[in-house]
Design a protein around this ligand. Structure first.
Ligand code: ZN
Length: 176
């Protein structure tokens, strides 16, 4: 058994979005958008450390979970399949990252539980904040928030390749 990553649900639908009466400021570039997708991650259940000799590790039955969080769509937006597909990428990134995080957590060892917690915080910050934001920003720049069809296709194809490979640790030259 090993720590594994899950996205719940794995595919977003419009029912995951709250309708707003105004356009929404993108968290990454501040532009007003029809639709914004956010996520939250969980290590569940709460940390259960296991001692092995003089080292501590995480219990292998723990999970890294990704869930939609505060996803919003403007009431005037055209809720097309193409827009939802653009948004799905924003949600697939943290799932692909969660698989890398799960792999790192599986091999994580620390001399104390407090050090184990410190390392978990360091890993999750690096992947879910720093690396996630780099990819999300680049994706929206290249695709012009879904309006550049060519780059939209390129990035979606990259994601299809990543999702098919459980060991994937990068996308489009960016580390997951
Ligand atoms: Zn976007």
């Amino acid at each position: 058994m090993a720590i594994q990553a899950f996205a719940i649900p794995s595919s977003l639908s419009w029912s995951n979005y709250t309708i707003t009466s105004h356009r929404i400021q993108d968290p990454h570039d501040g532009q007003l958008q029809d639709c914004v997708t956010n996520f939250e991650w969980f290590l569940t259940p709460n940390l259960q450390a296991v001692q092995q000799g003089n080292q501590f590790r995480m219990n292998a039955s723990m999970r890294v979970e990704i869930k939609p969080n505060n996803c919003r769509v403007w009431s005037g937006a055209n809720k097309t399949a193409a827009l939802l597909s653009h948004e799905q990428f924003h949600y697939d990134v943290p799932f692909a990252i969660a698989r890398v995080v799960a792999s790192k957590l599986n091999s994580l060892r620390a001399p104390s539980i407090s050090e184990l917690r410190r390392k978990i915080a360091e890993i999750t910050l690096l992947h879910f904040t720093t690396r996630n934001e780099l990819i999300q920003k680049r994706y929206d720049i290249d695709t012009r928030h879904s309006t550049n069809a060519r780059y939209q296709r390129i990035w979606k194809n990259r994601m299809t390749t990543v999702l098919a490979d459980p060991q994937a640790n990068q996308i489009g030259g960016f580390w997951l």
